[in-house]
Design a protein around this ligand. Structure first.
Ligand code: ATP
Length: 624
């Protein structure tokens, strides 16, 4: 079955009867390796052909669908058609001309990339590496009517599929023959997966990921598509097909998306938030659990100038905002903020009608695994009941912030109608294979059997396959030597051209972060501490090493992660499994390089050493 993007079920309401029927045929009659896009904007001019069909061994086809009947067509020529409608006589451009124009545009976009052109020494030098074609679908006009009505003079017969050529019973081969007859010039081709990714990168600028923009690289790129000559990066990074299909299929209603750590959940949340901000006027709320992640997301929203449209908060901060805005006393205890009591205070104020319901056009929740059932009951009420636009991203495998014993709940019990819409993103793009393998090997032994509400094991994540250096474990003589070696590592990265902002030191506690900040600054290295309760300034100051506790690092990522203090893990009186979870989260924050240090041996340092040796053996010396 062909993959239709967006998923057919999500765009049926926008489709004409003819489009519904034709899209069904495409799904039924084409094999798995066909990609089909329905009214997805292409290139810088954001034109929307009805259908684009791409097949690795056939090429690319652009199709327009018209639900006209032969009776409604009064006159037709190569340029336009006159149609008799309820609104009187109207003129429409010839759809074949439209399809041709879209196909030409696609061809021009793709041919701008030398990697998608025939080699200079070939007969067709400079031409696109694959055949391309265009055509028209007339789901309400039979072939005989088409011929007898003289429509052939307006549209070449071989470029048209008529009603009687697309019944449900049509043989797949016959249906496909009709499609491939629409090519002007066919030749053998076998597009590789990277070539298809490249084609998607060119056609759909909004799916591009830029490494320059870091973790949420997606957001920066759309605008650059129109400005200046096209810069094609050496490494093409684009949402994968499953991510794209998901991102484009999101609509109104409640929706829960499951995905492993690093599988692009936050990226898709960002895509959706930006899309909503452009397409509707009501305020949009993005919620997560971790203040440092909220700070990161807010930074990105600000960069795009969308902070007036999209509010970003960690859940407790949002509760505080609600209480303050609606003059509800903010709970305090012993002279200090009582954060834990804020959600309850908001829930009660909403019940009393002091805080209004339905304040947002859409609510998007990241880190949904960390939210309590009561919080969901509250959030559901905050969404406009007309759209019910609530999107929750949930990581079954990442441990919740408290313990695996936290009671599971059903979505229905908290008012979320998410049945029948389960999507699972399984590929981890964040970590290199080496980092993920070591983290997994470490966690496997210590967290054996630990499973989360979704039933997935903590360590079931698959790597997207990117290679990098093996994680390093440095044994130091004592605490002073540990500090010296950590500084040395930062300097090594700096010397290799790595900006300080790409480096994070992950610690056991905020007090430890402060200690490290003192040591780094004494050595002339600027460093910022992320506070447990609000790290909003963390990302504003660029050239600084980030100091984050392991617990607060969830959802974040940094090219280089340094973890000191492994020699005291697990800490005295700490639960070993909990500590292992924390360390696993910390290790998997690293997207390129992971360096751990210990000044004495501990259960964890020994396990990590074994894990590194094991992975080194498996992957061959050097780790690729
Ligand atoms: N298709 C892709 N190709 C390349 N990189 C990708 C792709 N999808 C996601 N990434 C990158 O993977 C990293 C992780 O993405 P993201 O933070 O959205 O994951 P996540 O599922 O939210 O993770 P977590 O649950 O741990 O917060 C980011 O650097 C993102 O840019």
């Amino acid at each position: 079955m062909a993959r239709l993007i967006p998923q057919r079920s999500t765009c049926l309401t926008q489709m004409t009867q003819g489009e519904k029927r034709f899209s069904e045929r495409l799904e039924q009659k084409l094999e798995d390796d066909y990609l089909v896009w329905y009214r997805v904007p292409i290139g810088p001019r954001q034109q929307r052909p009805d259908f684009i069909v791409l097949h690795p061994r056939r090429g690319l086809l652009v199709l327009e669908v018209k639900d006209w009947t032969s009776e409604s067509i009064v006159q037709a020529d190569r340029r336009q058609l006159a149609l008799s409608t309820a609104r009187g006589l109207i003129r429409e451009p010839n759809p074949l001309l439209q399809a041709h124009a879209h196909a030409q545009e696609i061809k021009a976009i793709l041919e701008a990339d030398p990697a998608l052109r025939q080699p200079t020494d070939s007969r067709d030098a400079g031409q696109l590496i694959m055949p391309w074609g265009y055509g028209v679908i007339l789901p309400r006009i039979g072939r005989q009517q088409f011929v007898e009505g003289g429509l052939e003079a307006a549209m070449a017969g071989h470029r048209v599929i008529c009603q009687d050529e697309m019944p449900e019973t049509v043989e797949p081969e016959a249906f496909q023959q009709r499609l491939w007859a629409m090519f002007g010039h066919s030749f053998p081709v076998a597009l590789s997966y990277p070539q298809i990714e490249r084609i998607r990168w060119h056609l759909f600028p909004e799916l591009r990921l830029t490494s320059a923009a870091g973790q949420f690289g997606l957001f920066g790129d759309e605008t650059t598509a129109e400005a200046g000559p096209l810069q094609i990066p050496e490494l093409i990074r684009v949402m994968d097909q499953q991510q794209e299909s998901l991102a484009r299929s999101l609509g109104d209603g409640h929706r829960v998306i499951h995905g492993v750590a690093g599988s692009g959940k936050t990226m898709i949340l960002g895509y959706r938030a930006m899309h909503l901000a452009r397409s509707q006027n009501r305020p949009i709320l993005v919620l997560c659990y971790n203040p440092a992640l909220a700070a990161r997301l807010l930074h990105v929203v600000r960069q795009r100038g969308l902070e007036d449209r999209i509010s970003v908060f960690d859940f407790h901060r949002w509760c505080q905002e609600m209480l303050v805005t609606y003059h509800v006393p903010v709970p305090r205890r012993d002279g200090a903020d009582d954060r834990q009591a804020w959600p309850e205070a908001v829930i009660a104020a909403v019940e009393r009608g002091q805080i209004p319901r339905a304040q947002y056009g859409a609510v998007l929740v990241d880190e949904g695994q960390d939210f309590e059932p009561d919080w969901y009951r509250l959030i559901v009420q905050m969404v406009d009941p007309a759209s019910k636009s609530l999107l929750v991203f949930y990581d079954d495998a990442q441990p919740g912030r408290d313990s695996p014993a936290r009671p599971a709940f059903s979505w229905k019990s908290v008012g979320i109608e998410a049945a029948g819409h389960t999507t699972i993103l399984k590929l981890n793009y964040r970590n290199t294979l080496e980092i993920l393998a070591v983290a997994r090997d470490f966690a496997q032994t210590l967290l054996q059997g630990a499973a989360e509400p979704g039933g997935d094991s903590l360590v079931s994540t698959d790597s997207a396959g990117r290679h990098g250096p093996l994680p390093e474990l440095l044994r130091t003589a004592d605490a002073a030597d540990e500090a010296r070696q950590l500084l040395q590592m930062i300097r090594r990265e700096q010397a290799a051209g790595r900006p300080l902002s790409a480096i994070a030191v992950l610690t056991r506690s905020t007090a430890d972060s402060r200690d490290w900040q003192g040591r780094l600054e004494a050595a002339g290295i600027s460093a910022r501490v992320a506070h447990e309760t609000g790290g909003s300034s963390l990302y504003l100051e660029g050239a600084t090493v980030k100091l984050v506790t392991m617990q607060a690092s969830k959802g974040l990522e940094f090219p280089v992660v340094l973890i000191p203090g492994l020699g005291t893990m697990p800490g005295p009186g700490e639960d070993e499994t909990e500590e292992a979870r924390r360390l696993y989260i910390a290790m998997t924050r690293a997207s390129e390089r992971l360096i751990m240090l210990h000044d004495r041996d501990s259960i964890f340092s020994r396990r990590i050493r074994q894990a590194i040796n094991q992975v080194q053996e498996q992957l061959g010396s050097g780790g690729g």
